[in-house]
Design a protein around this ligand. Structure first.
Ligand SMILES: Cc1cc2nc3c(=O)[nH]c(=O)nc-3n(C[C@H](O)[C@H](O)[C@H](O)COP(=O)(O)OP(=O)(O)OC[C@H]3O[C@@H](n4cnc5c(N)ncnc54)[C@H](O)[C@@H]3O)c2cc1C
Length: 393
């Protein structure tokens, strides 16, 4: 079967659905492909998002909010803890979503805006005519499908192939990917009020362990280990060890594994006829691993730029420059700064982490954002944080 449209979006995660919705609302004939038969399932995510930034993009719906938290509780390796308020805790703290419902709701919004959504449809490669990109070859419910389109949005997640097919360098070095494992845990000792973060090089080398509550003593308890420090099976082994010490009676009702990019901004997220968004474009925050909001923001920008490019007939890399300029000026700046923080923090010893977190014990950090907190940390630990002075002062 062969069909035509203006724009193919590959992947119906938050990035793809926002791109499809925005482009369809701007008048493009959009087809969004999703290889899975159920959008949003399985969930490879701790499901935490900042409330304010999310509400700027979509109207909150109780059906996809599992819980609301007061803030973040951060634990040093020695067990010392500090608390940050919800609005200052960054892109992962505020709501804990029910992504199975959330991702589907975003895809439904895209469909309502006019996009055609095709599930169980896997993009296989990019079609070219006389060397020029002309669409996507796919497998739709077991049947071959060719879709002719001048422009493709690759929103196909961390394992993105669209970028590779288009010749965009999205290769991740082992140090720039976090290997994750997560259990959905039911336990009476789960803190329903805070997203909890546990640091320590023996707990999670180059990363952290999290417990994000989903209400009624249920939580996503997961671990991210820096790829260059992770051996085979290490995340699951360390997560089981953490469970034994923190939630010894916890019942594991689901389990997922997955990768989270932490590479900082990539050199290019476009090629002739192709735009990458979200994890496919490595747009996650390198320090927190949060990528839902960035994928959504990039999806909106991609949808707007796609509508202009297709209408003007220029879908070349030069014609898509507006996308590069806008995502770099917005989320790209934060990602670049976070990458510098990450590169520094992964080198810290447990003693360093104890010193830093312990030094905040008597400070009122409840109203501070990350930058404000770093300024205080720098004042209290100038020698340890000297390398970061250009970011702090
Ligand atoms: C363990 C873990 C915990 C995380 N926790 C958080 C968190 O708490 N908060 C946060 O903000 N971020 C978190 N992240 C990151 C977050 O999940 C991603 O950044 C976010 O999902 C990116 O959205 P996306 O739309 O770019 O990609 P995805 O959500 O990955 O969507 C990509 C979609 O493309 C589809 N697809 C792939 N290939 C094809 C193909 N060839 N054809 C058709 N469809 C295809 C996939 O099936 C998928 O549905 C976490 C990640 C992991 C691994």
């Amino acid at each position: 079967m062969s069909i035509k449209c203006d724009l193919v979006v590959v992947g119906a995660g938050p990035g793809g659905s926002m791109a499809a919705k925005t482009a369809a609302a701007a008048g493009l004939d959009v087809i969004m492909l999703e290889k899975r038969q159920e959008i949003g399932d399985p969930v490879r995510c701790a499901e935490g998002v900042g409330r304010r930034a999310l509400c700027e993009m979509v109207k909150p719906d109780p059906r996809w909010i599992a819980s609301e938290v007061k803030g973040a509780k951060i634990y040093a390796p020695d067990g010392t803890s500090i608390v940050m308020s919800e609005d200052k805790s960054g892109s992962e703290v505020g709501y804990v979503l029910e992504r199975k419902v959330f991702d589907r709701a975003l895809a439904m919004d895209a469909a309502r805006a006019g996009a055609k959504v095709m599930v169980k449809t896997r993009a296989l490669w990019l079609l070219r005519r006389d060397g020029v990109l002309s669409g996507v070859s796919a497998m739709h419910m077991g049947e071959p499908l060719q879709i002719e389109a001048p422009l493709i949005v690759g929103a196909d997640g961390v394992e993105s192939k669209v970028g590779r097919w288009a010749g965009i360098d999205t290769v991740l070095k082992p140090k720039d990917i976090h290997c994750c494992a997560q259990f959905l845990v039911q336990d009476k000792s789960i803190n329903d009020e805070y997203c909890e973060f546990f640091f320590g090089n023996s707990k999670a080398p180059g990363g952290y362990v999290w417990a994000f509550p989903k209400g009624e003593k249920l939580a996503n308890v997961g671990i991210g280990v820096q790829g260059s420090k992770s051996g085979s099976g290490m995340p699951i082994r360390l997560l089981k060890e953490f469970m034994k010490s923190r939630f010894p009676d916890g019942k594991v009702v689901e389990m997922v594994t997955g990768g989270d990019p932490s590479s900082g901004v990539i050199e290019s997220a476009t090629a002739d006829g192709v735009i990458l968004v979200g994890d496919a474009a490595r747009q996650t925050d390198p320090i927190t691993g949060g990528g839902i909001l960035n994928a959504m923001k990039a999806g909106i920008i991609a949808g707007e730029v796609a509508a202009k490019a297709v209408s003007s007939g220029d879908v070349s890399k030069a014609g898509l420059k507006g996308y590069e300029d806008r995502w770099r000026a917005d989320i790209g700046r934060h990602i670049a700064r976070s990458y510098e923080y990450k590169e520094f923090f992964v080198k810290l010893t447990d003693d360093d982490l104890n010193q830093l977190i312990g030094s905040l014990k008597n400070e009122d950090i409840s109203k501070m954002d990350l930058r404000g907190m770093l300024r205080v940390l720098f004042r209290l630990n100038p020698k340890l944080l000297w390398e970061l002075r250009h970011l702090v002062i």
